[in-house]
Design a protein around this ligand. Structure first.
Ligand SMILES: Cc1cc2nc3c(=O)[nH]c(=O)nc-3n(C[C@H](O)[C@H](O)[C@H](O)COP(=O)(O)OP(=O)(O)OC[C@H]3O[C@@H](n4cnc5c(N)ncnc54)[C@H](O)[C@@H]3O)c2cc1C
Ligand code: FES
Length: 368
């Protein structure tokens, strides 16, 4: 075939595909233009006029109504449930794994998966209206281990925070490198609940993780960090004589806050804190917890190393934290358990606790 024919054919194809993409984007603009939509919250208590077209989660955030979310809207955490009486449309496949029979009966939906297209009637717990947004200054950032950083963030001068020990904040990373948009994830507060002008977070680097890579490589002292919170129902119930606390890695964060809450409020509970790690290099805050143990006879700290190195010269418990749990906790009688760490570790510990007689109602956890 002659070259000019080939060139003409390629040119025509390029023109057609260009025209098609313009038609597609124009039709998307028309189809996604839902205009202004009315959101009725809690039977008329609040009414919002919003632009349709985005997820309910981000639409509400735009109106400063912050719904808990750990995964940033990827339908992998199941935390963003909201009651939708009208206007939600059918349940999406991505929602299915997270909605129990009770959730469905209560019209709960994952707000990150529901698009705002039409007027909606919503049920949102009143507590969530107390959640605030904070533009914090990063006052300190330091390595606690090779992969965990401690962030100490100062709230704006005119704002304070009230949270229950154990709760978490949403942390918003800025665009960096190939990441072109703001992304948010959940981080438990490790500071004392009596501290109202700063929050401390402990963030472990997840290889290729968007937010943790931002924290570990792009964040420096003096930077402004956007947080919202507090969120979550992992907090002290305190309806037992002894609290069994179990953490792995950065799961220590909310447990630290819980330990201080019990101490500062002068609560009578005994506490035993099992902290699991692989090697000595994964342990941190050892001196602080050893000091608390010395000063407060009600508190016992039990760090456990699964794979100590000979040079670690480790004198403490060896084996997985489950081994120590089996050895030191005889029954669930008059005890509550608070666990925070990876799903695998928590599932193994929860099984042991249940075998020892802890009822579900006395086991509280955040898995991450
Ligand atoms: C209630 C709650 C509290 C939390 N508190 C803390 C905390 O105090 N400190 C802390 O460090 N983290 C905490 N997390 C986890 C945190 O929210 C993020 O999920 C985590 O930091 C990864 O975010 P990322 O954006 O870096 O990774 P993403 O970009 O979300 O993930 C990148 C890749 O890594 C995988 N991945 C994600 N998370 C993990 C993981 N933990 N281990 C292995 N692979 C993973 C994903 O499947 C994905 O393939 C908490 C989570 C919840 C739900
Ligand atoms: S925000 Fe995580 S499932 Fe909706």
């Amino acid at each position: 075939m002659d070259l000019s024919v080939i060139l003409r054919t390629v040119g025509s194809l390029a023109l057609i595909s260009g025209a098609l993409s313009i038609i597609i984007s124009l039709s998307e603009m028309v189809l996604n233009n839902y205009g202004t939509v009315e959101l009725d919250i809690n039977n008329g208590d609040r009414k919002l006029s919003v632009k349709g077209g985005s997820s309910l989660l981000s639409t509400l955030a735009g109106e400063k109504v912050f719904i808990p979310s750990a995964c940033g809207g990827k339908a992998t955490c199941g935390l963003c449930k909201v009651g939708i009486l009208d206007g939600a449309g059918p349940i999406a496949l991505t929602e299915e794994p997270y909605l129990t029979q009770e959730d469905r009966a209560s019209n709960l939906r994952l707000s990150c998966q529901v698009k705002v297209k039409t007027n909606m009637r919503l049920l949102i717990p009143e507590d969530l209206f107390n959640i605030r947004e904070y533009l914090c200054e990063l006052e300190e950032i330091e390595d606690l281990t090779y992969d965990i950083k401690r962030l100490y963030l100062k709230l704006p001068q005119d704002q304070t925070i009230n949270f229950k020990a154990g709760q978490f904040m949403q942390f918003y990373s800025r665009p960096y490198g190939k990441i072109k948009e703001e992304v948010f994830r959940a981080y438990s507060i490790s500071s004392k609940s009596s501290q109202h002008d700063h929050v401390e977070l402990l963030i472990r680097l997840v290889p290729n993780g968007i937010v943790t890579t931002y924290v570990h490589t792009a964040l420096s002292v003096g930077d402004t960090v956007r947080l919202s919170g507090p969120y979550g129902d992992f907090y002290l119930r305190g309806d037992a004589e002894e609290l069994i606390m179990i953490a792995g890695g950065s799961g220590l964060a909310p447990i630290r806050s819980l330990v201080y809450e019990v101490i500062e409020k002068g609560l009578p509970h005994k506490m035993r804190f099992f902290f699991g790690a692989n090697k000595l290099r994964d342990l941190f805050y050892l001196e602080e917890f050893a000091r608390i143990e010395q000063e407060h006879p009600n508190f016992k700290f039990i760090p456990c190393l699964a794979f100590p190195e000979p040079e670690d010269n480790w004198q403490g418990e060896t084996g997985f934290v489950t081994v120590a749990l089996e050895k030191h906790v005889d029954s669930g009688e008059n005890r509550e358990a608070y666990l925070c760490g990876s799903p695998g570790m928590l599932d193994a510990c929860i099984k042991i606790l249940k075998d020892k007689g802890f009822p579900d109602s006395k086991i509280f956890f955040d898995k991450f």
